[in-house]
Ligand binder design. Structure first.
Ligand code: URA
Length: 217
């Protein structure tokens, strides 16, 4: 405190009327990032997409959910996870006691790959810097990777989701929890398989909630 007083006295004596302190202003940084995404031509996906899907949600999110890339509905409306997989994600978020406005939802690639194929290596390389910057600006308490495409591209790894899910990993100092992609669950035919996968996702989300609570001042 006395240090602060002597610094302010020093600036006062120097005749300074304002102090320009660096502040974390996610709104401005996110707006700039969105502007860049909305005019991106770094890979071929911008040629076939209908709309860019930059991601959306809270500017101070507890959780940043990362998916793979926009599907057909997302491509049409420019919003992430609003199709069938999105409805399941909404239910998961709701069961966690939150809404979409409390979290941030984004993807590895911001344009829909044709026919919902997996994004190619060069497409991911072109787009990943946007996701990394979103994470740096938003500073979520926990990152949840939905599916192995999100997980292995973000961590530059080759984990099997079945083996690694639910463990707490680390992305540059932020806890990262991998879990199944909602579409993976929706594609299952067997009722028992579906129930088991949903239960496992729910277990993983308990871990996420624990991390958020532990972190709370
Ligand atoms: N699947 C994803 O990975 N992302 C979306 O936005 C929608 C479906």
């Amino acid at each position: 405190m006395s240090d602060l007083r002597s610094i302010l006295t020093f600036f006062g004596e120097m005749g300074a009327e304002f102090l320009h302190l660096p502040v974390n202003d996610p709104r401005a940084e996110l707006a700039e990032l969105n502007r860049e995404i909305l005019q991106c031509r770094r890979c071929r996906l911008h040629e076939t997409k209908t709309q860019y899907v930059p991601g959306e949600g809270s500017q101070h999110p507890g959780i940043f959910f990362v998916g793979e890339g926009p599907g057909e509905t997302e491509d049409q409306f420019g919003r992430p996870f609003i199709g069938r997989a999105g409805q399941l994600l909404d239910r998961i978020i709701q069961k966690m006691g939150m809404t979409r406005d409390d979290v941030f939802i984004g993807n590895v690639v911001k344009c829909r790959p044709p026919n919902n194929r997996e994004p190619l290596k060069d497409e991911v390389e072109a787009c990943l810097p946007f996701l990394r910057r979103q994470i740096a600006v938003l500073r979520p308490r926990v990152i949840v990777c939905l599916g192995k495409v999100a997980l292995n591209n973000l961590l530059n790894s080759s984990y099997s989701m079945g083996r690694i899910r639910g463990q707490v990993l680390d992305f540059e100092g932020t806890p990262l929890v991998p879990t199944y992609h909602p579409a993976f669950i929706l594609h299952k035919k067997d009722k028992e398989d579906i129930s088991r996968a949903k239960w496992e996702v729910w277990e993983d989300m308990q871990k996420v909630l624990e991390l958020i609570r532990r972190d709370r001042p």
